[in-house]
Design a protein. Structure first.
Length: 324
């Protein structure tokens, strides 16, 4: 493990399970895992799809959506007389809104995202990829267009999620492994961006990138993916922390004594990221890899629908550094 960049957090945040075979081998290993992650993403998407009603809503279009009772504010021309004839009430036939929206996706697959502690079964990188592919599948099913920032054009066909996975497998490499924020790219006006990462870069760097992306009326949602050990510094006694690249190390004799200050700095760092997102009208969610991927995905879908709902990590009773 190693200290985060700048003033983000202290040792625990950038804990490194760095690759033993360099950037090229790490990139190939990630590409090999993408088919398995794709299947996991489809499983999560199917589970979440049963708990939501999708993004469908009334509007201009040709596809029938639902009948609803006639209201005093409706003109008489919208009454469906065939349906109304079989009831004591007047009914209106609503059509489904069919104007698709573009969503730009970005999973952070930089080296720090490879970290996995003893408290979680998956790495941050794997979880970010699963969330990206799962939300892509749900959005495509809802008739929206999806794209990877800087890698693919917007797509709306049934194979869009698979093409995004292929793009990640064929384009990720040394540059992707080293890049923790989305690359500069021109996003279509009034589209949306969905970013998944640990967001442990300096807050001012993150804020500057978000401001660039928000130009042109782009809305966005951030999902911070952290290992639970990074949240609570779940270690005791003498520990060695190493950077993801293994070039730096630091030894703490009694790491538990650092926990209060570490958690304070992490909270301050997160508050700055939330504030940067809030200023441009973006949302912010926190997800920890010991929790099911369906939780942040469901909360995110609810936000996309404009419904109340959030997911916030809460420490388990008895966990190191946990508070009741």
């Amino acid at each position: 493990m190693a200290a985060a960049q700048g003033s983000t957090t202290t040792a625990g945040a950038r804990a490194g399970r760095s690759s033993l075979f360099g950037l090229e081998g790490e990139a190939h290993a990630l590409a090999d895992r993408l088919p398995e992650l794709m299947l996991d993403a489809l499983r999560v998407a199917n589970a979440v799809a049963h708990g939501i009603h999708g993004r469908r809503r009334a509007g201009t279009g040709e596809t029938f959506w639902q009948f609803r009772q006639f209201q005093a504010s409706d003109p008489a021309t919208v009454i469906d007389w065939r349906r109304s004839a079989s009831s004591d009430h007047l009914y209106v036939r609503e059509r489904e809104w069919e104007a698709s929206h573009t969503f730009w996706l970005w999973p952070d697959i930089s080296r720090s995202m490879a970290f996995r502690s003893h408290l979680s079964a998956v790495s941050k990188r794997d979880r970010a990829l699963v969330l990206t592919l799962a939300i892509a599948e749900l959005l495509v099913r809802a008739g929206e267009r999806i794209a990877l920032i800087g890698l693919t054009p917007p797509m709306a066909n049934r194979k869009a999620t698979a093409r995004i996975a292929e793009a990640l497998a064929t384009h990720e490499g040394e540059a992707a492994i080293e890049m923790s924020l989305p690359p500069p790219a021109r996003l279509s006006r009034f589209s949306s961006a969905l970013l998944f990462g640990d967001f442990l870069d300096p807050p001012e760097t993150i804020a500057a990138r978000l401001n660039e992306m928000a130009e042109g009326g782009v809305s966005g949602h951030l999902v911070q993916v952290l290992d639970p050990a990074e949240e609570i510094l779940a270690y005791e006694g003498r520990m060695e922390f190493r950077s993801p690249e293994g070039s730096e190390r630091w030894i703490a004799d009694r790491v538990e004594t650092l926990r209060p200050e570490y958690q304070r700095k992490l909270a301050a760092h997160r508050a700055r990221i939330e504030e940067a997102a809030r200023r441009i009208g973006w949302s912010f969610l926190v997800h920890h890899t010991d929790r099911p991927a369906s939780e942040p995905l469901l909360a995110l879908m609810m936000r996309l629908q404009g419904l109340p709902g959030d997911y916030r990590w809460k420490p388990l009773a008895g966990a190191a550094g946990a508070t009741p």
